[in-house]
Design a protein around this ligand. Structure first.
Ligand SMILES: Nc1ncnc2c1ncn2[C@@H]1O[C@H](COP(=O)(O)OP(=O)(O)O)[C@@H](O)[C@H]1O
Ligand SMILES: [Mg+2]
Length: 288
């Protein structure tokens, strides 16, 4: 059914076994990832984000509860190939994800042994490289690329599989500002084209564009809502040691001095528009 959520996480608990001890990490986590949505998952280090993300395509399976991807239970090992084709993951370290010595071979790697005919494989590699703006680099050795370019190649490798969803686990955290912008702009474009995005990050500034945000703490979801709704919870975010994004902080500060200025802004472009609105209103009052 088209309206079914793409991923259903139902009462998931998970523990790691360390020296025969069970270390509980996820506690009764439940939520859905809807088709076409851009979901951000935030929380500070150790809150369980990566452990949760690895449940989205069967890298880990819950100790209790269930994860369903397009109706397939991740416990069913026979479905893992199909689940991983539908839900691709990009990880933190760009270097660890490169397997081939030429960019285009790297992008094609996941397609090998899938039975996709060679002609179709070529088309998919072309499409994927184009989608991430890396076509000009197709014959280059990946180890000469910047971190941002390597992550774009990693995303292309997933796109070649024609997935429904891309999960990024801190995929920008090893990158410089430029590399981060490259990845965010690729993600924005893919989301506009209908791709389901799950972005795991501890950068609050990266979640402003998401449709929905989940905040994790101690293996539980402690806050959920649109970025605006979540950023409004200043006191709670502070308690969780999560910083409010710069635009939100600026809006709140200005509001304290000029109550007419909205405190509820989360993006830079909204700040610019609000300054413009307030100044125009003031000019009108002054008869300018
Ligand atoms: N492979 C592992 N073995 C044992 N403990 C782990 C393992 N991976 C993560 N942990 C522990 O699980 C908790 C959650 O980690 P993780 O899911 O990586 O959180 P996050 O991605 O939010 O930083 C942490 O306390 C971490 O030390
Ligand atoms: Mg992590």
């Amino acid at each position: 059914m088209a309206q079914d959520p793409l991923i259903r996480i139902q009462s998931v608990s998970f523990s790691y076994s360390v020296n025969q001890n069970q270390i509980p990490v996820l506690h009764d986590v439940s939520f859905h990832v809807h088709r076409g949505e851009y979901l951000a998952i935030i929380g500070h280090n150790g809150s369980g984000k990566s452990t949760l993300a690895k449940h989205f395509n069967g890298i880990l399976t819950p100790h209790s509860g269930d994860v369903w991807v397009a109706g397939m239970n991740t416990r069913d090992k026979h479905k893992h190939r199909e689940i991983r084709q539908r839900v691709g993951m990009v990880f933190q370290h760009p270097d660890n994800q490169i397997v081939a010595t030429i960019v285009q071979d790297d992008v094609a790697f996941g397609l090998e042994n899938t039975g996709v005919p060679v002609d179709e494989m070529k088309k998919r590699v072309d499409y994927a490289l184009d989608a991430v703006g890396m076509s000009a680099f197709r014959k280059r050795p990946p180890h000469h690329l910047s971190g941002g370019q390597k992550q774009r190649v990693a995303i292309a490798g997933i796109l070649a599989m024609r997935p429904e969803c891309i999960v990024l686990d801190e995929a920008t955290s090893m990158l410089d500002t430029f590399g981060r912008k490259e990845i965010l702009s690729v993600i924005r474009k893919l989301h506009r084209e209908g791709m389901t995005i799950v972005s795991v990050t501890h950068h609050m500034s990266e979640v402003a564009e998401a449709d929905r945000v989940l905040v994790m703490e101690g293996g539980r979801i402690v806050l959920e809502g649109s970025p605006r709704e979540v950023f409004r919870q200043h006191a709670q975010l502070e308690e969780l040691h999560l910083e409010v994004p710069q635009s939100s902080r600026i809006a709140m500060l200005v509001h304290q001095h000029y109550p007419a200025f909205s405190p509820d802004l989360i993006r830079q472009d909204e700040i610019v528009e609000e300054v413009d609105r307030v100044l125009s209103a003031k000019a009108e009052v002054n008869g300018a």
